[in-house]
Design a protein around this ligand. Structure first.
Ligand code: THG
Length: 268
């Protein structure tokens, strides 16, 4: 599983405080903790924490790069902020994200190609988030087609079917799984599949249980990347076990330890 650490997000109070006080040590500590816990990439999102998102994005990227060379996943809905974030990145980069609209894809795919960046395409079209399996797959197909058209290798493409809170959109959890099982046929090599895992349990009482159960179902349907708290040990054990049972690793009694040992910590 490609674990994209979700914690560097201005939505979290500690990050917001770090941004507002220009205290990079707070951000760097979270980055180090996520990497030590097994993150293979870090989401970087200014969120509502700053009224200067461009400057703040660059400050976050520069601060994080002082402590790790890990892939940074630049998370912004604004093109100028995205561009500035990518330009500040010295290491591998991941664009989070482009909507699955033709006009957006024609802007973001060339940006990915120019920066040799990976890119997340969201299953969101002109009408919003598709509610049924077919329109999610159609949106994913447009994303894959546009990647190929603009010279982005499809092994650098991540498709996000958009996981929604189960307490308000209960049927969507299985619709997402059904759509995902068709994404792998869209290109060769197939696109990766990513979700923001924490969306699923927002506002729900059994949040952790819901998410831990869904990730196992996700692995069965091709999920190979998740935006999540990399320090969530129970979540990690759930997907490591699901991947083992999907025959993606060789069984031994110490398979959890073996998984952790095979994932280096790219810290400076
Ligand atoms: N897809 C893609 N990118 C994404 C998302 C996605 N980026 C943002 C988000 N969704 C993933 N990241 C988070 C980060 C935090 C939370 C949810 C998703 C979260 N935070 C606490 C909450 O709402 O309970 C609030 C934070 C706090 O105050 O502690 O849930 O889907 N491509």
């Amino acid at each position: 599983m490609h674990v994209i650490g979700e914690r560097i997000n201005g939505m979290f109070l500690d990050v917001k405080k770090g941004i507002q006080n220009k205290d990079k040590s707070i951000i760097q500590k979270i980055a180090i903790d996520q990497v030590k816990a097994g993150a293979t990439s870090l989401d970087v999102c200014v969120g509502p924490a700053s009224d200067k998102p461009l400057e703040t994005m660059v400050w976050l990227v520069e601060g994080i790069q002082e402590v790790t060379d890990i892939t940074l996943c630049i998370d912004s809905p604004r093109f100028e902020v995205m561009k500035a974030g990518l330009e500040a990145c010295k290491n591998p980069k991941l664009i989070n994200s482009s909507k699955g609209e033709e006009e957006k894809l024609d802007k973001y795919m060339p940006l990915a190609a120019e920066h040799n960046a990976s890119i997340i395409g969201l299953c969101i079209n002109e009408k919003g988030i598709p509610k049924d399996v077919n329109s999610r797959v159609e949106t994913a197909a447009l994303i894959a087609m546009k990647a190929m058209e603009h010279g982005v290798d499809t092994d650098k493409l991540y498709i996000d079917p958009i996981l929604m809170p189960a307490n308000v959109a209960q049927q969507q959890a299985t619709i997402v799984l059904e759509a995902m099982s068709q994404f792998k046929m869209l290109s060769d090599p197939p696109p990766h599949i990513v979700v923001g895992l924490s969306n699923l349990g927002q506002g729900a009482k059994e949040r952790e249980l819901l998410t831990r159960t869904w990730i196992v179902m996700g692995v069965l349907n091709g999920l190979d990347a998740a935006i999540m708290d990399a320090a969530d040990e129970e979540m990690k054990k759930a997907f490591i076990t699901a991947e083992l049972l999907m025959n993606k690793a060789i069984y031994s009694d110490s398979y959890i330890k073996a998984y952790n040992a095979s994932h280096d910590h790219p810290l400076k």
